[in-house]
Design a binder for this molecule. Structure first.
Ligand SMILES: *Cc1c(COP(=O)(O)O)cnc(C)c1O
Length: 373
């Protein structure tokens, strides 16, 4: 088998989706599955659909296009504010987008009219994390102008916390969103269908609150894919953490001194590495580097330790492990490592699990590479 490769267990993704969908359904909240860390993998999208998501979201139109071919009936949302330069593709590829800018909304409206289609809009509200969002005092006015634009319909409000500044989506923030929903409804004269409270960072709140207010949707990526919540990166009990494994190959194994020798300056990536320890280290070089994965997000097997990483070489202390040149070493990954491995052209993507019967192009081939897809 080629290396490096990223093994995906699709059944783990279905399990995680179903568990979260069931827990949240008891609280009146549906799930929009976000597949962006998997390059919009159609198999991952189908695994989420099998798990019961009400729709799928992605930050990239290219990914939505791939998903659309596989799941033509699933509602698709573009979760990053559209670029004004791409509005024609947005209304073609996405049923809905999250928005904050009047000029983009104007352009989306014209594109929808041109394309003889209609496009759903969720307005994003700034609640303190300082990434995307309209200031809360401007939301009612802006919502009302969206309803006057041909080709668009305002379906809801949303917010996104914890991504830029780590601001926690707590009861106060969610109550603020709910009360804005009521003010917008009073102004526009109809009920908002979508109130999207946030991402995986909202799960602590959503699974413990006794009052979800008007929140009826969460956009979940990391929790479904990795089984973790992003506020403290703790595993969520009930979920599987083994959906993804990165496998890479040892190309050198030698016992070397712990300390380098010679006069020292910067290393390849500009840092002045501190090397600790004395004596010698059983050191393996793995054919894996920053072009393949974020090395800071790699978790090697117990008893092994990552020592350094450059573009193409990962140096690890293998301890007493019985590994040799040509052997595979497997790693768990955090979100950042997963994202880079999925988007690296050097990492082969191998997806396993219940064979999806509704993917026509790949149904006979449960493994495929992103280059071939
Ligand atoms: C990525 C993203 C999500 C999903 O976030 P997770 O932390 O992976 O659950 C939700 N909403 C928006 C706007 C995003 O960009």
């Amino acid at each position: 088998m080629t290396a490096p490769r990223l093994e995906t267990d699709l059944d783990a993704i279905t399990h995680n989706t179903r568990w979260l969908v069931n827990q949240l359904a008891q609280r009146g909240i549906g799930v929009t599955g976000v597949a962006k860390a998997t390059l919009g993998s159609p198999h991952v999208a189908l695994a989420m659909i099998r798990g019961g998501v009400r729709g799928l979201g992605d930050s990239r139109l290219e990914n939505l296009e791939r998903i659309r071919l596989t799941a033509p009936r699933t509602p698709l949302t573009l979760v990053r504010s559209p670029m004004r330069s791409q509005v024609d593709s947005v209304v073609r590829e996405a049923d809905c987008s999250l928005n904050t800018e009047p000029t983009v909304l104007d352009a989306l409206s014209s594109a929808a009219v041109r394309g003889d289609t209609s496009h759903a809009v969720v307005l994003m509200v700034e609640l303190g994390d300082l990434r995307e969002g309209v200031a809360s005092q401007d939301v009612v006015e802006m919502a009302s102008t969206v309803t006057t634009r041909p080709g668009l319909h305002l379906v809801g409000l949303g917010t996104n916390l914890a991504c830029r500044s780590g601001v926690i989506p707590d009861q106060a923030k969610m109550d603020e969103l709910s009360s804005l929903v009521e003010r917008v409804e009073a102004r526009v004269g109809y009920d908002l269908r979508v109130v999207s409270g946030g991402n995986s960072a909202n799960l602590d709140w959503a699974l413990s609150t006794t009052n979800t207010g008007r929140i009826n949707d969460l956009r979940l990526g990391e929790s479904i894919l990795l089984g973790t919540e992003p506020l403290h990166r703790r595993p969520i009990r009930g979920l599987r953490y083994d959906a993804f494994t990165l496998v890479a190959e040892v190309i050198e194994l030698k016992t070397k001194p712990a300390q380098p020798w010679g006069k020292r300056a910067q290393s390849a990536f500009g840092d002045q590495p501190t090397t600790s320890g004395t004596g010698s280290v059983r050191q393996a070089i793995i054919a894996l580097g920053r072009q393949d994965v974020d090395p800071d997000g790699l978790q090697p097997p117990n008893g092994m330790r990552v020592l350094s990483a450059s573009s193409d070489h990962l140096v690890i202390d293998v301890g007493d492990h019985d590994v040799g040149v040509g052997d595979d070493v497997t790693f768990r990954m955090n979100y950042s490592a997963l994202l880079r491995a999925m988007t690296s052209p050097f990492v082969r993507n191998c997806e396993h699990g219940t064979t999806p019967h509704d993917i026509s192009s790949t149904s006979s081939n449960p493994e495929f590479t992103k280059r071939a897809a």
